[in-house]
Design a binder for this molecule. Structure first.
Ligand code: ATP
Ligand code: MG
Length: 409
């Protein structure tokens, strides 16, 4: 016996019952984005490694620990995409989208890859749906983004959702604060985890995200950027909050919020679901006014988010598969298969869902199969071309005219 193979660690097959949930989510997202004037964009599943090193940031967990990076046969370093924003900004620059009317509003959905420890809601291949509005610094765009994700989660009836909101200020204004934070962290260096201590220079903000006890205690009294927003940054954040208040979207201000990518500026946000345990973040995003320029484009303000599809599906519970079949076509002993095929085709062309037994079952077995696939009616084709229509719920059966099947159903 040959040894059996399994899907790689942290990956999974989406079997037909689960595929229904993905399809429902995709449909909800498509409808929402079409109504809001967002265009679908698809970028490659792998990119040059440098895109993520520059776009996500060398000092982030994603780049340091989580990327699936490989060399192709030409010796180029490629990486399976761990996130969608850097690739979309790469495409924005590559296709000169800054020459279009701004902002360019895009949405996407697809697989992403991160080398993490697999657990419930955390996988090595997972799916995200996301959106970006590139080429605007208006607080209206921040608010619209947050509203879109809020609406998507509401439409899908994700329970127990809360929104955390913060602001990182603009890159320039942040510099001074980061120096203050570094000084504070150095003062407490011995109480910090080694990882955080090692990154005091490169990425001090990440200390807010650490989960070891020592670092957490230090961070509880650390200086917070949210309390130090000034000038245009403060005005921008106040405008976003006012718009959310006006739209009736509740949020918690969170001065310890940081995001896993270096490129965020100003508004940042996360949606959490209280049903999900440790992996509670269903989606998050924010403004990234420096990223397009970092990738060789003109200075371009932008805002976006991504949500984890598996986490949303976990939160809403797998939706029951819908009965797919209106009519099951069964063959009585001695009936002509070609006649059944012709009826099947006629029904499907007329927009009905119809199935024919492909398993060589007896009539009794076919009726059982019709029940299994949730058929409401079964058309039993008899020798000579007559047919019986059976209501699967009541068991009632009546003869129908062979030429009037569609009308009779
Ligand atoms: P976390 O703190 O849970 O690691 P993150 O900050 O790394 O999340 P983002 O980079 O903001 O997550 O990605 C957006 C969304 O994608 C998350 O809110 C989450 O729902 C989902 N997500 C991220 N990583 C994974 C993963 N490994 N498996 C499944 N879903 C994921
Ligand atoms: Mg993560």
């Amino acid at each position: 016996l040959s040894p059996r193979l399994k899907a790689p660690r942290g990956t999974f097959d989406v079997l037909p019952e689960a595929a229904a949930g993905y399809a429902r989510l995709e449909q909800a997202a498509r409808g929402l984005f079409e109504r809001a004037g967002y265009g679908l964009i698809e970028t490659p599943v792998f990119e040059e490694t440098e895109l993520f090193e520059r776009g996500v940031g060398d000092s982030t967990d994603i780049v340091r620990k989580e990327m699936f990076t490989f060399e192709d046969q030409g010796g180029r370093s490629l990486t399976l995409r761990p996130e969608g924003t850097a690739p979309i900004c790469r495409a924005y620059v590559e296709h000169g989208m800054h020459k279009l009317a701004q902002p360019v509003k895009l949405w996407y959905l697809g697989p992403f890859f991160r080398h993490e420890r697999p657990q419930a809601g955390r996988y090595r291949e997972f799916h995200q749906v996301g959106a970006e509005a590139i080429g605007t610094d208006s607080p209206l765009a921040d608010a619209e983004m947050i509203m879109l994700l809020s609406d998507l989660l509401a439409e899908l009836e994700v329970p127990g959702v809360t929104l955390r909101l913060g602001s990182l200020g603009s890159l320039g204004a942040r510099r001074e604060y980061l120096e203050e934070l570094r000084a504070y962290l150095r003062e407490h260096e011995s109480e910090l985890s080694r990882e955080v201590a090692e990154r005091i220079d490169a990425n001090p903000l990440r200390a807010f995200d650490a989960d070891d006890e020592g670092t957490r205690e230090v961070m509880a009294s650390a200086p917070r950027l949210l309390d130090r927003l000034e000038g245009e940054d403060a005005e921008h954040f106040a405008a976003v909050r006012e718009l959310l208040d006006g739209a009736g979207i509740g949020y918690e201000l969170d001065g310890s919020l940081v995001r896993g990518l270096d490129y965020y500026t100003r508004t940042i946000f996360e949606f959490h679901c209280d049903q999900l345990g440790a992996q509670s973040q269903v989606g998050g995003g924010g403004r990234y006014d420096g990223l397009v320029e970092e990738l060789g484009g003109p200075p371009t303000a932008a805002v976006g988010w991504a949500a984890g599809i598996e986490r949303i599906l976990l939160a809403i519970g797998a939706p029951p598969p819908e009965p797919a079949t209106d009519v099951f076509i069964a063959l009585a002993d001695g009936a002509e298969p070609a006649r059944a095929m012709a009826l099947l085709t006629e029904l499907r062309r007329a927009g009905r869902s119809a199935e024919l037994d492909l398993g060589g079952r007896s009539l009794k077995g076919q009726l059982k199969q019709a029940d299994r696939v949730g058929a409401r009616q079964t058309l039993i084709v008899e020798p000579g071309g007559t047919a019986q229509l059976r209501d699967m719920e009541s068991g009632e059966q009546r003869e129908i005219e062979p030429g009037r099947v569609l009308e009779e159903l």
